[in-house]
Design a binder for this molecule. Structure first.
Ligand SMILES: Cc1cc2nc3c(=O)[nH]c(=O)nc-3n(C[C@H](O)[C@H](O)[C@H](O)COP(=O)(O)O)c2cc1C
Length: 305
């Protein structure tokens, strides 16, 4: 048996495959397709303090090797999540990571203060949603704001705080270093890349929000580069996400320096993708003669390096 267990700071995970936020809901619909206790964890749909209706439709568009979405953080709000969804997620037998987004530092802090009193395993700060104009996107593109937000949030909770960064910045290294200075327990790379689809006949964008976030295989090279770059600069555990469709993709992220991965768009195509990807990672490891997936972590050797 290939060993799969790992630590992300103080959090023990049974394996490194997590469902990415926004592509797995709260697990309910996906439970029909797989045994969710086999996953390393589930990152909840992005939550805000108050319910949000999200953006006008259409909200998704297919692209070459990927998709655009402009869901705009439609979610039931923190109260309804704690009442209606968390008890269900808690009994699944995998780690529960709650993805939060705020319009202000105060909102992030209030959400983290309240989540601190619950049975969740970690908080993933969405510092990155490209589909909401106000709030998290602005905070996520400025190093000083990232540092200050995380520092304040850390005063409100003892739960591990993961900083999920946007790739829509000039220097991902600056943002990751800011997250480390602020006291993040792990860094998640990457959220979607800002994009647009256009209908040449109507002369209009396809998405009701005009722009959206690009995900899927198209963004994997960008995500891999960012994980590899950041892993050379920070001492924190990294979680790689972006275009992972199979076990080989996931192992590439471990080699680049990630301790774990999140799988997003693949679950929309194949609901059982997470469990398949874990099985594929183990099968590939056996072929490689590797008996612990952690052995792949950070083994990238750059040319000329
Ligand atoms: C439909 C959809 C909704 C998403 N919603 C969220 C969200 O609420 N919070 C968040 O941090 N990321 C969200 N994401 C981003 C994913 O978690 C992930 O970072 C991104 O899709 C890249 O991974 P992938 O290529 O495996 O999909 C969403 C992505 C998609 C496709």
């Amino acid at each position: 048996m290939v060993k799969t267990a790992l630590q992300i700071g103080s959090l023990s995970l049974k394996n490194p495959v997590l469902a990415a936020s926004g592509t797995f809901g709260f697990g309910r619909e996906m439970a029909r397709f797989q045994d969710l206790s086999r996953l390393g964890g589930i990152c909840s749909k992005g939550l805000t303090l108050h319910p949000r209706a999200g953006n006008p439709p259409p909200r998704v568009a297919e692209t070459s090797c990927g998709m655009l979405n402009s869901v705009g953080l439609q979610n039931p709000g923190l109260d309804a999540f704690l009442r209606d969804e968390l008890p269900f997620m808690r009994q699944l037998g995998c780690a529960v990571i709650v993805n939060v987004a705020g319009h202000s530092t105060d909102e992030y802090c209030e959400m983290c203060r309240r989540l601190d009193q619950t049975a969740i395993d970690a908080i993933e700060l969405n510092l990155s949603c490209p589909n909401v104009r106000e709030g998290c996107m602005l905070i996520g593109s400025e190093a000083r704001q990232i540092e200050s937000l995380i520092r304040q949030v850390k005063l409100e909770t003892k739960k591990p705080v993961w900083a999920k960064l946007t790739p829509n910045v000039t220097s991902i290294a600056d943002m990751a270093l800011a997250a480390q200075r602020g006291g993040a327990d792990a860094i998640v790379l990457i959220n979607t890349l800002l994009g647009m689809a256009i209908d040449h006949r109507t002369r209009r964008p396809v998405l009701g929000n005009n722009t959206g976030g690009l995900s899927g295989p198209a963004i994997k090279p960008v995500a891999l580069r960012m994980v590899a770059e950041v892993s050379r600069l920070v001492d924190l555990p990294l979680i790689g996400v972006g275009g992972i469709m199979n076990g080989q993709d996931a192992l590439e992220f471990l080699v680049a320096g990630a301790s774990a991965v999140e799988v997003g768009t693949a679950s929309l195509i194949r609901p059982a993708a997470c469990q398949d990807i874990l099985a594929e990672m183990q099968a590939l490891a056996r072929v490689d003669g590797v008996d612990d997936l952690a052995e792949y972590r950070g083994t990238l050797q750059l040319w000329g390096g």
